[in-house]
Design a protein around this ligand. Structure first.
Ligand code: ADP
Ligand code: MG
Length: 702
């Protein structure tokens, strides 16, 4: 027989013919022994615990009972016979049922004898029973000794094809019999393992499947979780190190005349301390010869735009062009209008480009850009298309990054001729610390943790549908004070007709409550043409309309300081970060602002937690932490490429302290040995090279 390795195909396991192997592959995606080993149990049954019949709840859980057989009956069913066995212990009676192997069980079970039964309890017509329990003589004490029984996630199909729990366990046991321990390549050397007090790779894999005790299970989990988090961090930090070492950024040594002129004459306010600090951090990167590759986090309204402008001026002072990208046309246009306005008289040429700019206008913009006559290009992701050519591209600023993927960021790299342009990514969605270290771990981060002075916190209220009349009265009173209001409807998909209908109904009702000509109402939704959207937006910005009815297209960046009320309809349907973004649209003037979350009476438990979080706090970081806790890392945007979805056991929320610890550990190793050349670190590099997400970058950089 050929020798087995970890990578032997599963067909080599006994009892697995081509058909069963294929089912396993289809259902679980496993081809090799190793794949199967990587499917860890999702829980364990403690076989040291024996329940009493009177304590059994209808919990669908696995239980172990010692009971004496009272009766056994073959019952004729519609198609087949079944065996019904009644057992009892001191506390009560229970029915056990077999549909298969009836004859054999009937023969084996003796009335009056006590057995240990093990199986999944279920309720059938109000009565509890166990179908197909395992059983053995209760005198057999061997089984009762401490053992945790692994339970794997399975499927109907697997169970129906004789590939259920019992067989899964057998297959894994067989793998451990066939494959010698030396086959399990250790990726954390002994010395490190001792330092970390973690067990070996082989031991951890064995014990994660077959722990004899909770301690063993925990030791296995600790090792495997640490391994996952550590290599994720090591990968991120190693790549970052490589980039810093090998990728030369364009050097912007000068803080020149344009920057100083703007700083002195064009900024109508004093920069906050946080803005000043962040600009300093950016200047340091750009002046250093390394590439600026930085994530700028700042809550809504913290003044990121000004930081963006000053950063662009540094690039321009050094003779380079730059671009500012926004995720929506509306937002891009707003940036364009305000930045063009503020650049008047500075000799800086600002241009706009998006998918809706066509024909001659587009040609003209493109050729001016190529000649280097445009200094700042503002627009949507049309900017990163191949046909957009710069003469001397030095800096890209991306606003509201969570809609731009890593791939799009990479496209920017190709726009500059010799050296990689600087990239500043700005986000108003605060990123929880654990996410910043993983999903955005390749970027440096700066945080604007201070709002401009004079901002009043927004008062947030959760209101039910029956308070609608009061709501309208309140909006009316704010409009009478000269303020404006947003009313936002959910839009899960841009094409959802139902949502549009909601908005239409709401709009009709509002027209009724706030009739023309005393009141003017704007509408903006995703189905409108970009130009119409912009025109409607414009009317609201200029104060020509009192109420803006919109879907979430207004979510990001829109700036109307006079607006004091944000009403969010069906607020239970929005995610936390969206709610927070929307709320940030108000409270930008010095006046008191309100956010009113309207819901029906039917709100899920999670929905309630989102709403109460919004009512409780204005702190974006706190909200982001709750959001991550509620949704879990898998659902957060940007996680797809990050490798955190490859985590099998570790969870960046629940295992936060282990994440921090592994980060520190990885940092220390790389500080001492940046290219992982030392003998004791060789296993690390070898292992990194087996990681898919590492290979691509490794190829590109080295
Ligand atoms: P965001 O960080 O959400 O992009 P913006 O850059 O749009 O915030 O700034 C929000 C508002 O705050 C703008 O009207 C801007 O002019 C103003 N602002 C920015 N920085 C300051 C400051 N230091 N002092 C006063 N107002 C400021
Ligand atoms: Mg902004």
């Amino acid at each position: 027989m050929p020798k087995s390795t970890l990578y032997s195909p599963i067909q080599m396991l006994s009892g697995l013919g081509p058909r069963k192997s294929e089912i396993l592959q289809k259902e679980l995606g496993v081809r090799t022994f190793f794949d199967l080993l990587q499917k860890f149990p999702f829980r364990y049954i403690d076989k040291t615990i024996i329940q009493q019949i009177s304590d059994l709840g209808n919990s669908e859980d696995y239980v172990q009972i010692i009971g004496r057989v009272v009766s056994k009956n073959l019952v004729k069913g519609k198609f087949k016979k079944r065996l019904v066995v009644k057992i009892e212990d001191k506390t009560g009676r229970l029915e056990l049922v077999w549909f298969q192997g009836v004859a054999w069980v009937e023969k084996s079970i003796v009335i009056g004898q006590a057995y240990l039964f093990y199986g999944k309890i279920n309720g059938f017509k109000g009565k509890l029973n166990i179908t197909h329990p395992d059983f053995e003589l209760a005198t057999d004490k061997k089984r009762l000794k401490g053992a945790l029984d692994p339970i794997y996630s399975s499927t109907e199909k697997l169970n129906a094809n004789g590939l259920g729990q019992k067989q899964r366990k057998k297959m894994i046991q067989e793998i451990f019999r066939l494959v010698p321990p030396s086959q399990f390549v250790e990726n954390i050397g002994l010395e490190y393992r001792q330092k970390l007090s973690i067990i070996s790779k082989y031991e951890s894999l064995r014990l994660i499947h077959f722990p004899n005790h909770v301690d063993e299970k925990e030791a296995a989990e600790k090792r495997l979780k640490f391994e996952e988090l550590f290599f994720l961090q090591l990968k991120i930090l190693f790549q970052k190190g490589l980039r810093k070492g090998k990728v030369k950024g364009i050097v912007f040594p000068e803080i020149g005349e344009k920057f100083h002129h703007y700083y002195k004459n064009k900024i109508p306010f004093e920069l906050t301390r946080a803005q000043k600090r962040v600009i300093k951090e950016i200047r340091q990167d750009m002046g250093s010869g390394f590439q600026l590759n930085r994530l700028l986090q700042g809550d809504v309204g913290s003044g990121k735009t000004m930081v963006a402008i000053l950063t662009m001026l540094i690039a321009i002072d050094n003779g380079y062009q730059c671009c500012l990208m926004a995720p929506t046309e509306i937002l891009a246009r707003q940036h364009f209008d305000s930045i063009q306005e503020s650049m008047k008289g500075t000799g800086i040429h600002v241009a706009f480009l998006s998918g809706s700019i066509k024909g001659k206008k587009r040609q003209e913009t493109l050729s001016l850009l190529k000649e280097g006559l445009i200094h700042i290009l503002i627009g949507t992701h049309a900017l990163i298309e191949k046909w957009v050519e710069f003469k001397n591209f030095g800096l890209a600023i991306i606003d509201e990054q969570h809609r731009f993927g890593v791939a799009q960021r990479a496209k920017l790299w190709q726009k500059s001729k010799d050296r990689i342009p600087h990239i500043l990514v700005m986000t108003a969605t605060p990123i929880p610390r654990t996410m910043a270290l993983t999903v955005y771990g390749d970027l440096d981060t700066s945080v604007i943790d201070e709002l401009p002075p004079g901002r009043k916190p927004i008062k947030t209220i959760h209101q039910y549908e029956n308070k609608r009349i009061e709501l309208y009265k309140f909006i009316d009173s704010e409009i009478k004070k000269g303020r404006q209001a947003y009313i936002v409807y959910p839009l899960i998909e841009e094409s959802s007709t139902l949502d549009l209908q909601n908005l239409q109904d709401g709009y009709d009702r509002l027209l009724h409550v706030f009739p023309r000509p005393d009141f003017q109402i704007s509408v903006v939704h995703g189905r409108m043409k970009a130009a119409d959207k912009a025109a409607e937006m414009e009317r609201f910005v200029k104060g020509e309309t009192h109420i803006m009815v919109a879907t979430t297209v207004i979510e990001v960046g829109v700036n109307v300081p006079n607006a004091s009320v944000m009403v969010i309809e069906n607020a239970e349907r929005f995610g936390l970060s969206q709610l927070h973004q929307l709320r940030g649209r108000v409270g930008r003037g010095a006046d008191k602002a309100y956010c009113i979350l309207m819901t029906s009476f039917k709100v899920s438990k999670e929905g309630k937690e989102r709403l109460s979080t919004m009512v409780r706090t204005n702190d974006g970081f706190e909200i982001a932490e709750v959001d991550l806790k509620l949704r879990g890392p898998g659902d957060i945007e940007g996680t797809q490429q990050s490798g955190i979805l490859e985590l099998k056991l570790a969870n960046i929320v629940k295992d936060q302290s282990l994440l921090m610890y592994s980060r520190t550990f990885a940092t220390n190793i790389l500080r001492d040995d940046p290219s992982l050349e030392k003998e004791q670190n060789k296993p690390f590099l070898d292992y990194l090279k087996t990681m898919k997400s590492f290979q691509k970058d490794w190829g590109r950089i080295s």
